[in-house]
Design a binder for this molecule. Sequence first.
Ligand SMILES: [Zn+2]
Length: 379
Amino acid sequence: MKSVELKRLKPSSPGTSRHVKILRYGTPGAAPKAYLQASLHADELPAMMAAHHLEKLLDAAEARGEILGEVVLVPVANPIGLAQIIDGSHLGRYDLASGENFNRSFPDLAALAADRVAGRLGRDAAENVRTIRAALVALLDEYQPQGELASLRQILMREAIDADYVLDLHCDNDALMHLYLGEARWPDGADLSAELGSVATLLAADSGGTPFDETFSNLWAELRRRLGGETPIPDACLAGTVEFRGQGDVSDALGAKDAAALFRFLMRRGLVAGDPGPLPEPLCDGTPLAAVDVLRAPVGGMVVYHAELGEHVRAGQVVAEIVDPLAEDPAAQRTPVETIADGLFFARKVKRLARPGQAIGKVAGAVALPTRTGALLDP
Ligand SMILES: [Zn+2]
């Protein structure tokens, strides 16, 4: 049965109140469980539109009695960010109060959970998963958040922590459909990639930024590392971040198409009854996130792109130029930006004013790049 819950955030400011709306389908506690949330970065509305359409599909499936597992959908994951309007412009991605990226710095629960379950695991992998999940749920229930953002993170994590599938729905700035997945879950997640029509499925064991999805996908490997030995601990969660193209790609047509793809994935994975039909031909293979060349503006100025999204570019190719009309030497008014990867140009910026060092585009190559060290995601 569908249920709707409004969970209140702990306010940071007296006299304010926000909540997260949580939609639950199927039987609480039924397996498998999927958790999907939209627009954690707040200004990424294509994800919200996909969730809006997915709600209709799930409502209809629920009415037909076709929800086999449990599906939790949070159609608006970030009411704090959604309200950040400054001088008429909406500013998502970063929490204005703290400067924190809304999708970074999620806590690593592995160490705490490992302490809780040490000595309590056995030879049965499924039983171990249940024991570990119970410990994780208890940890999150006991946590006392200090303010609104911490409270938001607690609510979202608490809903997702015992799910078999966690899909964090986002979008990029101006981009084609792409997907981030845990390296260990490839090629298991190839059906998700094909279903969504991802043109770049980017794999990392640990991107270095502790985004929401990795909290759940990396947890099990880390517990294995800490507790390992005789007690089997499987990778119990397939988690990923779906980038529903660019910020301007908001329409009913795209939302309905994306929702249908998510719904077929849920069907294919046994959460919803029915025949999803044949899996679409994949549009890409999984490639390392470390093989993505992040193009950066070496100087400030106007960005002009010399490649279109979807174009296959070659190492050494000038993908963009930065134009500074005030450069004293007219010959130095244009600074080329070359890619060092052979691959697909899949993301760029809508706003064409760049500051030095700013990321202005992404090329998905197949081979890890020596320049990609440290954190692999933008801050
Ligand atoms: Zn995002």
